[in-house]
Design a protein around this ligand. Structure first.
Ligand code: ZN
Length: 320
């Protein structure tokens, strides 16, 4: 069984700096990990727990009983708190305090609070004293998407560690089967990658390109029913517009010859076809789609908006 920290993708500098700190004199005891979800904050926190609870070294050996129990999610000195529903409640805080009041069986203890931004006021307040003066050799890792979402009282008691989204090559290494368009579009997050590759999301994406092609090519577009059916659902419509926006940006990059910046690399034919349009027309279209995307959320009639847009585009297409 290997060290958990070796199974993490990316964040190598951050990990080695923190491991160094843990081998030093005063590493701090309360850490706030901030960064987008799905980039490995929790895995890394558990990896540090393994390092702290290792019976042989301060960087985790991966094979002692302590390391193995952390890897198996069954270490008596590691407590991981997750939100129940949309909050972390006072009962969870009481659990932590009780956990720390028991006599420790190991030299160190670790508490990980995932989604710490969901600690409600009562729960957070009851932890303040513990976080301010943690028991000796007790380490806290609070994880959150951004420091701003966290109560200032918690923030001020923690050492903030900022996590950046993963690089594309790190995502590729961690998800070797993922198509290139998804790797590029996932914004450095494995969680976002999984969402993009969800069956229903793949279907929506396919529809987005199908309808966009019809929109530009089909002279009978207004009488077609496919897009009308697809745009019946507001949420689906919004997803489709966001795919259109990302795709139109790609078209602009394509025109500029900036192929590295293109996200939807699997849509070469459509990309070529639409990039034949004049740039000014594309910019205007992109702006309109962004407005439409916004207005879908304000209960406007999506089908009517598409009709207007199509008629407008036909008129623009006639311009010289
Ligand atoms: Zn070990």
């Amino acid at each position: 069984m290997a060290r958990l920290l070796d199974q993490v993708f990316g964040h190598k500098d951050l990990i080695s700096k923190m491991l160094q700190a843990f081998s030093g004199e005063r590493p701090g005891q309360t850490f706030l990990f901030v960064g987008p979800s799905g980039i490995g904050k929790k895995k890394i926190a558990i990896g540090f727990a393994q390092a702290l609870l290792c019976e042989k070294t301060r960087t985790a050996c991966g094979s002692c009983p302590g390391c193995l129990r952390v890897a198996a999610g069954a270490h008596e000195s590691l407590k991981i708190v997750l939100p129940t529903g949309s909050q972390i409640k006072i009962d969870d805080s009481r659990d932590i305090i009780e956990f720390l009041s028991l006599q420790s069986l190991t030299p160190r203890r670790v508490v990980i609070i995932d989604q710490a931004q969901l600690l409600n006021l009562q729960a957070a307040n009851s932890l303040l004293k513990t976080l301010e003066e943690p028991p000796a050799e007790t380490y806290f890792f609070l994880l959150a998407p951004s420091a701003a979402g966290l109560l200032p009282t918690l923030r001020s008691r923690s050492r903030t560690v900022g996590f950046k989204p993963l690089k594309s090559e790190e995502i590729r290494r961690g998800a070797t089967e993922a198509p290139e368009w998804a790797v590029r579009a996932c914004q450095g997050s494995f969680e976002k990658l999984a969402q993009l590759l969800d069956v229903s999301e793949i279907e929506i994406r396919g529809q987005a390109f199908l309808v966009l092609q019809q929109f530009f090519e089909d002279k009978e577009f207004l009488t077609e029913n496919t897009w009308r059916d697809i745009f019946k659902e507001r949420q689906r419509s919004q997803r489709i517009f966001s795919y259109w926006i990302s795709f139109l940006r790609d078209v602009l990059y394509y025109q500029e010859g900036q192929k590295k910046s293109i996200l939807n690399v699997d849509q070469g034919d459509l990309l070529k076809m639409i990039s034949e349009q004049k740039r000014s027309r594309l910019l205007d279209f992109l702006e309109k789609i962004m407005r439409v995307e916004l207005e879908v959320g304000q209960n406007r009639d999506v089908q009517l908006m598409i009709e207007e847009l199509w008629v407008h585009e036909q008129d623009r297409g006639k311009e010289i």
